[in-house]
Design a protein around this ligand. Structure first.
Ligand code: ADP
Ligand code: MG
Length: 243
């Protein structure tokens, strides 16, 4: 079976003058369709680097990144841009929304950029805002929305256009834990049998919504990988932990 996301011995080295930072070091894992996988680890352990590589925003120094069996690391910049538009939805801690567009327009934007006629894009955006409980806020600009509402818009946008791979980098940001849990619950609810997601979080309560958790330290995966074959297989799978 083709995995939704597969990292094969992926390394990413940043060079800064004389020094090298090994942001990720020979990381291998698979994420299957239908899964939400949490990624935890201290600051600087490589979590954002991992998401950027998964989303085609960055390319590995060595190793391969496959999305739906397609080698993203070998794709052209243009193909990776198309992947980001069509297949990958990103939710960040902040700066998620275009401030000059309404909630509805923000959600419709990636659909329109990818060629969906405007009326159809807006209808889809309306439906998605309904799913995250924001029907009545569709015409508000981001600065009129609360932090939790803005993240709900970002989730609606991340799943617009039946994108398969949802990547969320500490999407709960500065939200209190009740709102944060609501955001993660919504994220979880958007994942169906033909999609999946990666959730970077510091909080084990949020990670508990994932099927399993990968732990990073100093750019290395320290536990929680599914059974791998070959010499890299030092690690055992963690227990299923969805609530
Ligand atoms: P995390 O998201 O877990 O905090 P990051 O993936 O952002 O970690 O960073 C991993 C390591 O790579 C850190 O040591 C960070 O300083 C370094 N790093 C990340 N991006 C760059 C970059 N563009 N240039 C140089 N070093 C970087
Ligand atoms: Mg980070």
């Amino acid at each position: 079976m083709t995995a939704l996301l597969e990292f094969e011995r992926v390394s990413r080295v940043h060079r800064e003058g004389e020094s090298e930072v090994h942001a990720l070091d020979e990381v291998s894992f698979r994420i299957e369709y239908g899964e939400l996988v949490a990624v935890m680890g201290p600051s600087g352990s490589g979590k954002t680097t991992l998401l950027n590589l998964a989303g085609g925003l960055d390319t590995p120094t060595s190793g391969r990144v496959l999305v739906g069996g397609v080698d993203v690391s070998a794709s052209s910049g243009e193909d990776r841009a198309a992947l980001r538009r069509r297949s990958v939805g990103l939710v960040f801690q902040e700066y998620n929304l275009v401030s000059s567009l309404t909630a509805l327009e923000n959600v419709a934007l990636p659909l329109e950029l990818d060629g969906t006629p405007s009326g159809e894009a807006q209808a889809q955006a309306h439906r998605l805002l309904g799913l995250v409980g924001l029907d009545d806020r569709a015409n508000q600009f981001p600065d009129r929305l609360s932090g939790g509402q803005r993240q709900r818009v970002a989730i609606a946008r991340a799943v617009a256009g039946s994108r398969q791979l949802i990547l969320a980098d500490e999407p709960t940001g500065a939200l209190d834990s009740v709102l944060g849990e609501e955001i993660i619950r919504l994220l979880r609810a958007q994942i169906g049998p033909r999609s999946g997601g990666v959730l970077v979080t510091h909080d084990p309560r949020y990670a508990a919504w994932a099927n399993r958790t990968l732990f990073l330290a100093d750019g290395k995966l320290i536990s929680g990988t599914p059974a791998l074959t070959g010499p890299g297989d030092l690690l055992s799978p963690s227990a299923e932990s969805a609530p």
